[in-house]
Design a protein around this ligand. Sequence first.
Ligand code: ADP
Length: 168
Amino acid sequence: RQLPASFLTLETSGETETGQLADDIAMILKAGDVVCLSGDLGAGKSTFARALIRTFAADVGLEVPSPTFTLVQTYEFPRFDLSHFDLYRLEEPEELEELGLEDLLETGAALIEWPERAESLLPRDALWIQIVQPDEETDNRRFVFHSENPDWQQRIEQTLGVRDFLEN
Ligand code: ADP
């Protein structure tokens, strides 16, 4: 399946700015949301996901432990839970069902790396963020946002109001 057309492209100039972008997305996240992070190895999927989880943790004075998970790790927060999926090692899409995504979405949101592995089983209103490293030598990362649900565009434009990430 092809992704719907992108509605926004931003560029961050380093890990710190990627953290700020993750902070902004954390602000608008709701229980039930699915955020798919796609991109090559080293693009910055984990960096973004962990920054977002750290934002939730910092709000309540916690630190995020190092990930010990293979496919999914759920972090419990007062706001709601965050489940961090890495589907790289998924053998077939159906295995996602065993990981309990549906139940997790009742009490929290999901951040999913390598979502292509189970694309057919992911909710259609998910937010997809494609992360691209434009060339090998750079700390710039391009974030390309897609979704079939127009609500995401509204929410993201709201939260990005005061930032000046490079838009292109
Ligand atoms: P992935 O999960 O996509 O394989 P990682 O997040 O593990 O990628 O690795 C991304 C690497 O790129 C990290 O070493 C990070 O420090 C570095 N990096 C450099 N610039 C950026 C940026 N703008 N945003 C995110 N990561 C960056």
